[in-house]
Unconditional design. Sequence first.
Length: 338
Amino acid sequence: MDLSSLNSIAQSMVAPNKGILAADESTPTIGKRFASIDTESTESNRQIYRNLLFTSPNVSEYISGVILFDETIRQSTNDGTPFAEHLTSLGIVPGIKVDKGVKGIPFCDGETVTEGLDGLDERLDEYYELGARFAKWRAVISISDDLPSKNCIRLNAHALARYAALCQQAQIVPIVEPEVLMDGTHDIDRCFDVTSEVLQEVFAELNNQQVALNGIVLKPNMVISGMDAANRADIPTVASATVKCLSENVPDEVPGIAFLSGGQTSEEATAHLSSMNEMGPHPWQLTFSYGRALQAEPLKVWSGVDGNIEAAQEAFIKRSRLNSLARTGNYHPQMEEA
């Protein structure tokens, strides 16, 4: 295992003023996205849409890495260049989603563990040959008055660490994604406590399995009120609670923290990130790894119409640029109208 190479890739993924595009929607998930714009989810349409994003003018000014799906890493740009090769030529690191989704945990009602460890070492070797230099594995933690159970946290932390160790063995940087869901009525204090417990267990397992922390990227949720909470915390409160939680639970040697957007709107996700970076400097890069929060507007603008591709690319670049500004705490809501 070449630790210096892993660290170098991780540093590229969290490069200043840039962030990671999560374009790894599974076939059923992107089917739902396409249904919202009355577009059929065929392989051809999926290629057109991903090509739109990856070939947007000046995309490499704002995007440092792209998470791909199995189908996507095998597809090419309109001129026949494999997507991974195209991204690499722009200085953007190609990555790959490797988990196989979640399954219910016996005797833990409503809780899940992520699957996909069987045969993962062989799949990682193939993805490396296809050009991937990082991977992603998402663990899902639900909150209620009684959840999560210690068993759910332990099982998911153990799987995340096994995945991370296999990635590093294959010279692939693991994105470690323990997502505490926004679904529910819980307040921000409950989210803080659960997120802290999850992060403590995840880093204990990573250490147990000898994962090099300077060769990973953490992709956590922000510490935020539940979507259906009676009184949702404001932007500065979310930012300060998230930074406090991370400062108490994430070792300094981790190169970067690339937030997921969860159920936030595009504008909320950008504003929260900017507010956190205003509080810097931090021991790690605080960046973004957004899917819907980067894609919602360009998807809507495109709506499956070839004549809308240029306008959709402009919408994608605008959203990416605003998140780039949030990397240094220089985003302001009035920029949305510019």
